[in-house]
Write a protein of this length. Structure first.
Length: 590
């Protein structure tokens, strides 16, 4: 301090200090607390916010997988494994902390939130199990349940559907197998919904290199799947256009099935036409990136040719063609229970179905129902290509009423003349001393089921050079329609129901599947892959269709105004491996 600066007095120093403002620490503390709180919040958010690719599969099938349910674990493991290959993060067991959350959560939603899942897959599947009382045991199982795929921050959306079926020698095996078959459907429903969500779409389009790498497999799969499905849809659309463009017949064809569908024609009646559907849903496999299909449940329906549909039955493996009694009821079908057994199933007028017979020792196929609906005749083969027997069963209880065994002859068609009489074509078996190439003439037999016991006798012998197939009989016309090969020609044969007189008609090729109209005045048949109409009174024949496709199995509508038929084409997406079948119709000639 210089001499020029006098030392301040104590009084002046105190005054100076009083003039300097004091520092307040609480604002600083508040700022620090705010920073700490924000940091804690960020850390909390990081630790608790949903992870964008995390998925919890919570499918309840006899319990959840974390509760020890084997079928639920089968579906969850397969679904989770596929999702993980595509870059998703699925909740798995093995971590005690995860298991603890799952076991303590009051709902799958609560568990998903605590486990930071963005997506939740839920379903409540109750398998319907039928035990068949046979030696060794057999259980058939089916499932049909909604499946929901939900982004947890969104309200629930429209659910998908999982339908499947299986069978096994034990209940647990049957349920496990049906769970395995349901896994493909669960994956298809799940991935399509997850990848369509805006959060995943944003990741697909985003610039975050880390996330782009994670979702890359899923994005690639979706792109390849969408491309394959687009090509498939275009091929089916092109098939539909070709069907219409290539039709050169005199009548416009109305198509009652879409090009990709598998619909067959089983008859006509007052409610329209009877159709069996066996549709497939396209499936792009994440395992090999190939296009395949998932089989939908078979169904049996009456359709009116417009928009009205009446479902009679839904199930699996409807074997061969079903049939209905004249007048439309009852309907009879054969179910194939996984190659183990065949059923004879009746759908009554009230729409209720009942299995009147479940038989592991007989291979029933192609029923024909007697007028009045009390009896049904069926072929029975020990194997697909084995010689056939003919069985007649009661539709009240499935009891066998009549049988012509394969050891008694070779059979080539049958149909009902009335409610108690069955016509059938039989060729005697060769005797032990028969010469090689011996031509045995076929015979028409009539079986009378009203007799006690039922009786059967031959009433007509066909030419030795003829090969005859009995296709239909008309109680109204008292005639039997036959496919006739040989004798230098392929013809349509009409034989009176007593077997007295056979008339033949030259056709453009073999007259296949000839069938009478309900009033017995017309016969329709397929020849050369096209449909023909013949008036019995005049013999006049009209060619109804002219296409490069195979048309077959025509049926005249109950009111004689339309002719329904099947049209076959090679599936353009699976050429050589699958045939698509459409139900179509044309106006009847005036």
């Amino acid at each position: 301090m210089s001499m020029l600066d006098p030392e301040p007095s104590p009084e002046s120093e105190a005054e100076i200090k009083a003039l300097v403002p004091k520092r307040r620490l609480w604002p600083i503390l508040l700022v620090l607390l705010a920073i700490a709180g924000a940091a804690a919040y960020v850390v909390w958010r990081i630790r608790t916010d949903p992870l964008p690719l995390r998925v919890l599969v919570a499918i309840d099938m006899e319990g959840y997988w974390w509760e020890g349910s084997q079928p639920a674990a089968v579906i969850a493991d397969r679904l989770s494994g596929r999702l993980e290959k595509l870059g998703f993060d699925t909740v798995r067991g093995g971590d005690p902390g995860v298991t603890k959350v799952l076991e303590r959560a009051k709902s799958p939603e609560e568990a998903a939130k605590k486990l930071r899942a963005s997506f939740l897959v839920t379903a409540h599947i109750v398998p319907q199990v039928t035990e068949h009382p046979v030696q060794g045991g057999y259980f058939e199982t089916r499932i049909d349940a909604p499946i929901e795929v939900r982004f947890l921050k969104d309200p629930p959306g429209e659910p998908g559907r999982v339908r499947s079926w299986s069978g096994g020698k034990s209940r647990s095996e049957a349920v496990r197998l049906v769970a395995e078959s349901a896994a493909d459907q669960a994956f298809d429903e799940t991935l399509s919904r997850i990848t369509a969500h805006r959060s995943i779409q944003d990741l697909f389009k985003g610039s975050d290199a880390s996330m782009a790498s994670k979702v890359g497999p899923a994005r690639n799969y979706v792109e390849q799947r969408d491309k394959a499905l687009k090509v498939a849809a275009d091929l089916y659309e092109d098939l539909g256009k070709k069907r219409k463009a290539r039709s050169k017949g005199p009548y416009e064809i109305t198509w009652h099935s879409r090009p990709e569908q598998q619909h067959t024609l089983a008859g006509t009646g007052p409610r329209g036409y009877l159709t069996k559907t066996s549709d497939k849903r396209l499936f792009f496999s994440p395992d090999n990136f190939d296009l395949g299909w998932i089989s939908e449940l078979d169904s049996l329906e009456w359709r009116d040719g417009a928009s009205k549909r009446e479902a009679l039955w839904t199930g699996y493996n409807l074997y061969g063609y079903p049939a209905a009694a004249p007048g439309g009821s009852p309907a009879v079908l054969v179910e194939d229970i996984f190659g183990w057994a065949k059923t004879v199933t009746v759908v009554d007028a009230d729409g209720k179905s009942r299995r009147v017979r479940v038989d592991p020792s007989h291979r029933f196929v192609n029923p024909k129902v007697a007028p009045g609906g009390k009896l049904v005749a069926l072929y029975d083969r020990a194997c697909r290509n084995c010689p056939a027997s003919i069985h007649v069963l009661s539709l009240d209880d499935g009891r066998a009423v009549f049988e012509k065994k394969a050891t008694e002859g070779e059979y080539s068609g049958f149909d009902w003349i009335d409610g108690q009489r069955l016509a059938l074509v039989r060729k005697p078996l060769p005797g032990a001393d028969a010469a090689i190439g011996d031509r045995r003439a076929q015979e028409l037999w009539l079986a009378d089921l009203s007799a006690n016991p039922p009786s059967a006798k031959p009433v007509h012998t066909f030419h030795r050079d003829a090969e005859v197939v009995l296709w239909s009989a008309s109680p109204q016309a008292h005639l039997i329609a036959l496919e006739v090969r040989g004798m230098g020609a392929q013809t349509l044969g009409l034989l009176d129901s007593e077997g007295r007189q056979l008339k033949t008609f030259q056709c453009e090729g073999l007259a296949e599947a000839p069938l009478f109209s309900a009033d017995g005045k017309v016969v329709v048949y397929a020849a050369g892959g096209d449909i023909h109409w013949m008036v019995l009174e005049t013999g006049k024949t009209t060619k109804l269709t002219d296409t490069p496709y195979e048309e077959r199995y025509p049926h005249v509508s109950e009111d004689n105004t339309r002719v329904y038929f099947e049209s076959l084409a090679d599936d353009p997406n699976f050429p050589g491996h699958r045939v698509v079948s459409a139900v179509a119709s044309v106006p009847a000639p005036r």
